[in-house]
Design a binder for this molecule. Sequence first.
Ligand SMILES: [Zn+2]
Length: 481
Amino acid sequence: MSPNFVSRRDLLGHALVGSAGATLSGGFSWNLVAATLEVPDPTGSANLSIATFGFDVTPPIGHPCCGGWIKPVEVIDDALEAKGIVLLGAGKPIVLCAVDWTGILNEAHVAWRVALAEAAGTTPDRVAIHCVHQHNAPFACTDAEGIIAEQVASGRKLSPILDLDYFRRCLDKGRAAVRKALRQTVSVSHIGWGSAKVDRVASNRRVSRDNSGKVLAMRGSACKDAKLCALPEGLIDPMLRTIAFFDREKKVASCHFYAVHPMSFYADGRVTSDFAGLARKARQDQEPDCHHIYFTGCAGNIAAGKYNDGSKQARIDLTKRLHEALVASEAKLEKTDPRGIVWNTEAMIPTGRANPTPKALAMLIGDKDKASQNPNRLALELAFHRRCQKKIPIVLGSLRIGPVRTLHLPAESFVEYQLDAHAFAQSKRADAFVATAAYGDGGPWYIPTPEEFPNGGYEVSVAFADSSFAKAMKLGIESLL
Ligand SMILES: [Zn+2]
C-alpha cells in the first residue's frame, strides 16, 4: 500500500489531533468521524430495507454561483435538490445522496456526512455525498469562505464563496428529511441492475493534442469551434448504469450513474439543475412512486462539448437524449436477492501539490494588485492544503451485492478511473457490474490519472493534490473491488 493510505488506527490518531481545535466552521466535531472508522465493515443481513429522502437546496437570490467567479443568482429556473436513500439492515445504516451543487469540499463535505449520519443513526464513513456538478449552483467550501471573508473584512471588494447561514439551513433540512424518511421504511426483496448506451452526450475534453500527447486546446462544456467539435468523441464511458431497489414487484428507488459534466450553458445567473437534473426530473414525473437519483460519474475530462453549442435548443436535446437513456437503462433489469450486501471504505490522507505552496497562496490572496489571479480559486486551493495538513481523510466507498458494486469517488476524477474499475472488477468476476459516482469530496478539484499529469491542459493546471494521490486512489479502488 502506498504511504497515502492510513490504517484505521492511524486515522483515529490523526482525527483526534484534528479535533483539538474543537468546533469547526460547520459546528461539528472530528470525534464523530474518528469514532466511526474503528468500526469493522459489517456483513449484510437478509433483512434489508430502504428509506428515500429528498430536500430543496436552491440558493437564495444573490447567492454566489460556482464559488463566486460567475454571475450570482438572479433567477431560479428550476429547483436544486438533494436526493438520497438510507439502506438499513446491513450493519449500521448506509446513506447515498446526490446534491445539485457544483461541489462540496473539505470540511463542508465532512459537515454534510456528519449531519446525515447523525440523522440516520450511523457513522460518517457510511455516508456518501456526491454533487451532480451543475455550475449555476453553490460551490461549498466553508474554510475557503473564511479565507475570503477575512479579506473582505480588511476592506477588499471580493465576491463571497458561500452563504454560511444558507449552508447550515440546508444541513438542517437534510437532517429533518432523513429523520422523516426513516419513519417510512420499505423492505427490499431484490436489487436490480441495468445499463444503456447514451446517444451523443459525452465527449472527451482533451482530444486536441500534439504528437507527444500534450493537450493543446480544451473542448469545454459548450463548444462553438467547428474544428474541435469535428474531432472524435475520444475516450468516454458511453454507458448509463442503474441500480434499483425493489419491494417485490414495486420499484422503490433507482440510482442512475453517468459520466459527463452536466452543463449546457451557464454563467447567466439562472439557477437550474441543467440537462442531467432536468432528465432526472422528467423520469421522476413519469414514475412518481419510484425515487430517482442521478449521480455524475468520473467526468473530470468529459463534457457535452462535441454535441453542445451552448444554445437553448442544445439543452433541450441533451435532456431528451439523457432521459431516453434513463428509461432504456431500466427497461430490462437483472435482479438478485439482497442477502450479503456490504459497505466497504478506504480512507486516504491526500497531499497538496508542491507548487504553489500554502505560503505563496496566502500571499497571492492578500495581494490587492494581482488582479490576474482569482482570489476565490486560490482560497479553495489554500483550503485544500489546510485540510491536508489537518490530515482530514478522503473516504472512498463501495456497496457490494452479488455481481453489483457501486464506487464512490472524490472530486473531478478522470473517466479512466471508472473504466479501469469496471475492467478490473470484470477481471476478478466476469459478470461484475460497477456503477461509479464521483464528485464526492471536491477538495482536490481535478484528479487526472498519473499518466495524464505530464500532458498538461486545464485540468492538470488545477489539480490540487499531488500526483501520488492519483496513484494511491487507483490502488484504493482496486482494494475496494
Ligand atoms: Zn468540472
